[in-house]
Design a protein around this ligand. Sequence first.
Ligand code: KG4
Ligand code: ZN
Length: 346
Amino acid sequence: MTLTLLGIESSCDDTAAAVVRWSEQDGAQILSNHVAGQEALHADFGGVVPEIAARAHTEKLDHMVEAALQGAGLRLKDCDAIAVTSGPGLIGGVLAGVMCAKGLSLASGLPLVGVNHLAGHALTPRLTDGLPFPYLMLLVSGGHCQFLIVHAADRFERLGGTIDDAPGEAFDKIARILGLPQPGGPSVERAALEGDPKAFALPRPLLDRPGCDMSFSGLKTALLRARDGALAADGSLARADQCNLSASFQAAITDVLAAKTKRALAAYAALAPAVPTLAVAGGVAANQTIRAALAAQAESAGVRFTAPPLALCTDNAAMIAWAGLERFRLGESDDLTLSARPRWPL
Ligand code: KG4
Ligand code: ZN
């Protein structure tokens, strides 16, 4: 059996389309993967503006679909189904994608498969590594932070997650507080290279509580206070303090993620998985310090560690095509009543 799916993603600030093929013989293959970011459109606003995002998705989607099909050397009718992110996300953007997919489905007669964006992230290691179930996934990005045991393509067990900010969001806010450029993750990581992670004592929230829940907003407040204490009389922040605060913040986030990963690994071990694996996905997984800490936790638990290539860790449509393909292979699909869901826990 061979299945080819077109995937469409527009739930935040990336307009994306991709074509993924799977066959029993050759496994999964990404035939094309096109992403158009909207950074420039939102740059002046210090964050994603939902209305601007939705309009840009509407303008771009058709072109992205055309580019993805052309890149794969296919016509729409060569595909078996159309997968689209139907939530969670910014409602205007999700609607734009769902409407585009419905139009294509209506015109071509191809089945429609609604995909949960988080399932897209969580199933990516199966696209890239053919990972068997069950595996432990840490999804850690600008919008999400949760531990999931992925039992099957349609069965996810949430062990815990952030109760407030996501770590990427915290990195972005901290960059703003320290006067570093956006996106905050990479610039804080760069500054941290020159800093001392012990220079400022920051809290490690929720470590005293059992379970895998995390909190990062108090850390941000603590950092704000530490920065205010370090400001010069003229309100400026010395480069050394900028670097030390970055390093101290990164160390605190890393400690929390590592400690909670240890707990999640213990819960996962109880399942006695055949190929014990910890997979991470999301933009924050690009951070070398965090990545090394997670890999070390996995190693000491005797668990394999894997992270998809960065382009597939951040928002893209190949993961949506793949998650749709996994659903479709199980005999599941949707009809034209498919709705856009701004909130949709796994
Ligand atoms: O997965 P992603 O592209 O988008 C979603 O949030 O869905 O993740 C983007 C987030 C941003 O908050 C960015 O600051 C963070 O990932 N990030 C990083 C690094 N690179 C990106 N955080 C820490 N260290 C990094 N090197
Ligand atoms: Zn995402």
